[in-house]
Design a protein around this ligand. Sequence first.
Ligand SMILES: [Fe+2]
Ligand SMILES: [Fe+2]
Length: 214
Amino acid sequence: MKARQYSPLDHLIMNLDQAVRTLAGKPRLTGRPDPANEWEDTDLSAKEKTESASLMRVNHAGEVAAQALYQGQALTARLEEVRSRMERAAEEENDHLEWCAERVNQLGGHLSYLNPLWYLGSFAIGAIAGAAGDKWSLGFVAETEKQVIEHLQEHLRRLPENDRKSRAVIEQMKIDEARHGAVAKAAGGVELPAPVKQLMKLASRVMTRTAYWI
Ligand SMILES: [Fe+2]
Ligand SMILES: [Fe+2]
């Protein structure tokens, strides 16, 4: 059977649909169970709950950004194979998005009010990375995931020790992000220039610090 060819307009409409789903909290999921459900609720103090909710809000905002990056890249990626790989990874990011949102809710927190901004900014960055060519685009994914893993490790240090549910979500995300990075590298992703990596770190720092509060 011949695969359907999508026009640029089809892609634009699919992207708009995806953006609305991401921001409205109705993303397409892979159907994997929420890792938090494997753990019973533990007693957390009010302060611990607030801290956990803030950190999980940051992670949720990060997943909104990841989602937008993948969608932006999928829009401009040249090879069909790269595009479909990115779309699959984006779907897995949706699981993360959902798990983080669920956890923020359980902790009585709110999601970042600036999510539409994170989405727009990241979509643009993703589209530029995609337009730069597939090897750069894939290298960008590999570097993003590497930075995300470092960030998640820091969160594991900061999260209250007995917040087993949040920790389980982060642990599973770490495994997935490492796989996304490895797939991107294996598909031909190249090492990015150091200034680009620094710029990416700076951008994510602005986002994570802001989303911690709003
Ligand atoms: Fe993710
Ligand atoms: Fe990822």
